[in-house]
Design a protein around this ligand. Structure first.
Ligand SMILES: Nc1ncnc2c1ncn2[C@@H]1O[C@H](COP(=O)(O)OP(=O)(O)OP(=O)(O)O)[C@@H](O)[C@H]1O
Ligand SMILES: [Mg+2]
Length: 508
């Protein structure tokens, strides 16, 4: 079948790195073409070349039968290419119909004047909402009030409104629940049936086997090959993208029963001012990894935010090694040795205009500051040392310590955030969805790192929506539903069924 778009021998260089080296990639009508590779392999960059955001240094792109040495955003979208980025681009303060028709409002003549044709806009919006299964929303629903999954559907509706022939989804499932993923797949199958091509990027290999038709694998900016998904097992995929076997992803406990120490960290009767979580109590013992499971919205992140001082509480005492802590804000938490890897790394994880080195050093500098949160003269050589240590320890892919963190690939930004907390020598580290957007190889390294932290006496708390992750990593799992704790299991007795049951229970 004639491809809609064909990228030939695409090379793209950034200062100090060849992000893409002679990559071939095409998309045919009615197929889901998966793009797979480790963090920093070049997936997002290749899609930015396709959208016209980046100009390739070499190679060409054939779009609808015409050959170009580069695309512009205009050529790309006119040619039927639509990209849904890792960070969604819907506008929160506009309603759905305004988001769908932004820049292309339908107009009508009233006498000599031209006015916005709201009737047409509403009718078209309703039709599109039905197509993406958002019939419960109206054209005037505020996009800011929608969940991430619903916002994604609005983006897809927008692609359809633009008559896109190729829809690129860059890690669309990283923030979705299992149910939402299935809803997305239903829509993807519909898009295929309409003859559109879909490019699907994900680090979750089981999803790839489920939804993909063809797969192109990249490794360190190089082209590995293009295959039929049905011809590859997930182990084949890993071998091709990583270039080695990955064994023992999870860090199971040793067979003999693990001996935990005394309680080192606890939270007693925590209730948030906004009552999103109520009456939360838990203990963390020395050496153990404590997991928090539950459905999205159950209050897990909300609990951790309050523990960390990022949300006001009306009650709740936090103890570290028997001492009651006063935590009114994240700075108090940091000074007391508590760190948190937040779920939303772009907004709360690192400073956009800081170098990797500064982003890694900042937490320790703040923690040790004698100036109440002000950083005076920074010790450059110490900063470099911290950055180098973390760079080595968690294999962050960057071109230099001085490079801006905002220029790293999504997964490597997450590693810089981890590095920041390692460098700060915290006593308790809370991880909220720590492996979101992280490739399989790095995942196992992050798990090893967490186990090492726990072995070294650092308190490790993990919030995760991936049950296999919790079951494979944690020593004890607490389950939350509707802002309360509904169950707690030692790993020896925990099963997916038990966790799922407690996650949907109403009882405290
Ligand atoms: N604007 C930029 N300036 C400099 N380097 C960049 C820029 N954009 C990307 N890079 C580099 O290009 C390489 C590929 O990054 P890219 O974001 O395409 O990776 P990815 O495969 O999407 O990874 P992930 O799975 O982590 O999202 C990385 O080494 C990255 O640091
Ligand atoms: Mg990416």
């Amino acid at each position: 079948m004639e491809p809609i778009v064909q990228m030939k021998d695409i090379t793209k260089r950034f200062p100090g790195v060849v992000a893409l080296n002679k990559i071939n990639f095409d998309v045919c009508p009615g197929e889901v073409h998966v793009l797979l590779g480790e963090n920093g392999a070049g997936k997002s960059t290749l899609m930015k070349v396709l959208s016209g955001a980046y100009k390739p240094d070499e190679g060409s792109i054939v779009l609808n039968g015409k050959e170009y040495d580069k695309l512009t955003p205009h050529l790309s979208s006119e040619g039927g290419i639509s990209i849904i980025y890792q960070e969604l681009s819907v506008v929160n303060w506009l309603d759905i119909r305004e988001n769908l028709f932004m820049g292309r409002l339908p107009m009508k003549k009233v006498g000599p004047a031209s006015v916005v044709d709201y009737a047409t806009m509403n009718a078209k919006t309703k039709e599109l909402l039905k197509k993406v299964n958002l019939s419960h929303c109206t054209p005037t629903t505020n996009v800011g009030d929608l969940s991430i999954s619903e916002k994604q559907m609005v983006e897809i509706a927008k692609s359809i409104a633009f008559n896109a022939r190729v829809i690129v989804m860059d890690e669309p499932t990283s923030s979705l629940t299992e149910d939402e993923v299935q809803k997305l797949f239903t829509i993807i199958r519909q898009l295929k049936a309409e003859g559109r091509g879909v490019v699907f990027i994900s680090h979750k290999l089981s999803e790839i086997s489920e939804i993909g038709d063809r797969i192109t694998i990249l490794k360190d900016g190089g082209y590995v090959g293009t295959y039929n998904v049905s011809d590859l097992t997930t182990d084949d995929m890993i071998r091709k993208m990583v270039g080695r076997e990955i064994k023992g992803t999870y860090q199971h406990l040793p067979e003999e029963h693990y001996q935990f120490g005394d309680v080192m960290f606890s939270c007693k009767n925590l209730t948030r001012k906004d009552h999103l979580v109520e009456n939360i109590s838990f203990d963390l013992r020395k050496g153990e990894i404590l997991g928090f499971s539950g459905l999205v919205g159950a209050g897990r992140s909300e609990t951790m935010c309050a523990v960390y001082g990022a949300a006001p509480k009306i009650s709740g005492d936090i103890f570290l090694n028997g001492k009651k802590l006063k935590i009114k804000n994240p700075y108090d938490a940091l000074r007391n040795g508590i760190g948190m890897v937040t779920e939303n790394r772009r907004e709360t994880g690192f400073f956009q205009n800081f170098s990797n080195q500064r982003n890694i050093a900042i937490a320790r500098q703040l923690k040790e500051s004698k100036l109440d949160g002000l950083i005076g003269l920074t010790n450059e050589s110490e900063e470099k040392k911290m950055a180098d240590e973390e760079h080595e320890a968690i294999r962050i892919k960057w071109t230099s310590r001085e490079q801006l963190t905002s220029q790293l690939s999504g997964g490597n930004q997450q590693k810089v955030i981890l590095g920041k907390w390692m460098a700060a020598n915290v006593k308790v580290l809370i991880f909220d969805e720590p492996t979101k957007g992280i490739d399989v190889g790095t995942k196992s390294e992050i798990y090893k790192l967490m186990r090492k932290l726990a072995d070294n006496g650092i308190g490790v708390i993990v919030v995760s929506s991936e049950m296999p992750e919790l079951l494979g990593l944690c020593d004890r799992i607490i389950i939350m539903a509707n802002g309360r704790i509904t169950g707690s299991y030692d790993i020896a007795e925990a099963t997916e069924e038990k966790l799922a049951k407690a996650a949907t229970s109403e009882m405290a």
